[in-house]
Design a protein around this ligand. Sequence first.
Ligand code: SF4
Length: 243
Amino acid sequence: MEISVDQLYEFKACPLRYHFIEQGLPIKKTENDGLREAVKSTINYFYFMLHQGKLIGMEEMKQKFTSIWYDQNDIYDIKFDSKASKRKKELLAFEMLTLFHRQQKYNPDKTVAVNVEFRIPIAQDFYIRGHIPVIRETMRGLEIVNFKTSHTKQDEFWNRTDMALTLQAIGFHSIFKKEVDSICLQYLRTGTMIYTNRKTKDYQRLYKSLKMMKKTLDEGWYYPRESYHCDTCPAKQSCMEWR
Ligand code: SF4
């Protein structure tokens, strides 16, 4: 079995919803999820070009974002509430990208690698795949960077235990044959950076919980996990019929 980091989060949020999606339930992204993906894609393009030796300008970043946001084929399959809210989110994206670009303009990152894919064996026949957005060289050493479009900062406990960061650290370790020196969470709305790290001892917690998740998947225990996620869940009707 191979599963992506996004699928893991889906499963963690609600196993029943994960199951419906795996069964082919059509699901559109919310505006906020779409905004996050489109902004991250634009930043990924910025770093891809930077890694090739070209610092792109703000206009080019805006064009990149707009090409995603108004894509005729709707590549991210986003459910917009209205034209006005689509435009409002676009302006919010421009604000975040402008702030990001200002930070990079005169002192661009020294990229080591961009969009690094990894595939980690967790147990026999069980692999997790994911990617590291950016690895850069800093005064703190080699650093993994993740970009956040949310208002609120993750709390310290979540920073210490977020499985995506731990998986990225393991992926980094397998490629560079050493622990990552630093992990940065860069908040695009404010330009704030939060730093954390992962040591080999942190990997154990994740391996243990992933093996338990695998057991749940193997047994087919797709139970409903009611939470605030239910507000926007496209599987509400099917969920009501679950007995
Ligand atoms: S409505 Fe809530 S509990 Fe039911 S599948 Fe969706 S997220 Fe899970």
